[in-house]
Design a protein around this ligand. Structure first.
Ligand code: AMP
Ligand code: MG
Length: 350
């Protein structure tokens, strides 16, 4: 259902002008009136709505086609706003806020029942973060409200890293889009549960486990992220995500094995897409190669990942094969998203 006029506001990311930007003030008015608008953050574009309003949150879920048992992250503009919405701030959460905010780390707290129950999907906990983007911060300031925001894509599609991606998915379904140019990190925030003693990573993301451990010591990772028979503790992690237009298979093996997979599919008469790093460029028999940057630069790979998944047009390829990455630092988030995009389909060299 694409039945509303979606306003397009182009904003300059200049920190000074953003505070007086009429585009941001207009977008904030929409938020205040419980309409939903997309805005840039340093990770991906978010689809924002008033986190205190059931009406606004219902609009977010409807625009995305998102299952309502998947809670949203609440975005705030200053660290001291957290205490308005949580029971208490545990010591380790405080250390993480001080080390990572503003930035790509979302912290799960026990909430104090001041936000819409639709934001938290009825859970006793709420996920909160302070984004590191001048437009996002100015929008939250201008609305003077906590802003709940999932990624601004239709549910199941790759997350948007440009306003054009948001437009492709949500034009006619939301009140407006604040275009602040391409986002920086390219993958979503890391979600860390600090609501109990056992601090745990529920979703790998822009803040790495290694960096978090340098601040609060060793932490666990939700076993469901690596074991298929465990139910994930973060409700959103159980859904298929980020799917490109053709089925994706991860190829865990050396370059020869990767080429073999492509050649086998070509021999069956298939048009083959390859999602590869620059090191493999021009060396495969794929019908279309999409490059993720160098394997030695995981921040570029993270930035390129979602635009690359979106870049295979409908009918252009029948299957896509993707390279795998070492699961350290940003590689954990990259592999988590690739596995989801592949719906778990991995072929391994013996
Ligand atoms: P998205 O909004 O698409 O970036 O997804 C937000 C992620 O945070 C999803 O994986 C949610 O399941 C997770 N999340 C949000 N709130 C909570 C919470 N209270 N407890 C655990 N995970 C949460
Ligand atoms: Mg999302």
């Amino acid at each position: 259902m694409r039945n509303q006029q979606t306003k397009q506001w182009v904003v300059d990311n200049d920190v000074d002008s953003v505070l007086t930007s009429t585009e941001i003030l207009e977008a904030a008015q929409q938020i205040i009136h419980n309409h939903v608008v997309a805005f840039p953050t340093e990770t991906v574009y978010g689809l924002g709505g008033n986190a205190k309003s059931d009406e606004a949150i219902t609009r977010i879920f409807a625009a995305k086609g998102r299952p309502s048992d998947n809670p949203l992250i609440v975005h705030i503009a200053t660290k001291d706003q957290v205490e308005k919405y949580v029971e208490q701030i545990p010591a380790k959460a405080r250390q993480l806020m001080d080390a990572f905010w503003p930035g790509p780390l979302t912290i799960v707290f026990r909430h104090n029942h001041t936000l819409s129950t639709k934001v938290t999907a009825g859970l006793p906990t709420v996920a909160i973060r302070m984004p590191d983007h001048p437009v996002a911060l100015a929008l939250i300031h201008a609305a003077d409200l906590p802003i709940a925001a999932p990624s601004a894509n239709r549910s199941g599609r790759p997350s948007p890293t440009t306003a054009a991606h948001v437009n492709d998915d949500l034009n006619g379904r939301i009140a407006g889009i604040l275009d602040g140019g391409p986002t920086g990190v390219g993958v979503e925030s890391t979600v860390v549960d600090c609501s109990s003693e056992d601090v745990m990573i529920l979703r790998p993301g822009g803040a790495t486990k290694e960096a978090i451990e340098r601040v609060i010591g060793e932490i666990t990772v939700d076993p469901a992220l690596t074991q298929l028979d465990e139910a994930p503790r973060s409700p959103g992690m159980k859904y298929t995500h980020y799917a490109p237009t053709a089925p994706l298979t991860l190829v865990d093996g050396d370059f020869r094995y990767f080429c073999e997979k492509i050649n086998d599919a070509r021999a069956e008469g298939k048009k083959v897409g390859a999602l590869i790093t620059d090191e493999y460029r021009g060396e495969t028999n794929a019908t279309k190669e999409v490059l993720l940057g160098s394997v030695n630069n995981l921040s570029t790979v993270a930035k390129q990942l979602y635009p690359s998944l979106r870049s295979f047009a409908e009918d252009e390829v029948d299957v896509i094969f993707a390279q795998v990455f070492p699961e350290t630092e940003l590689g954990s988030a990259i592999m988590n998203r690739l596995r989801k995009a592949a719906g778990g389909t991995v072929v391994r060299q013996r």
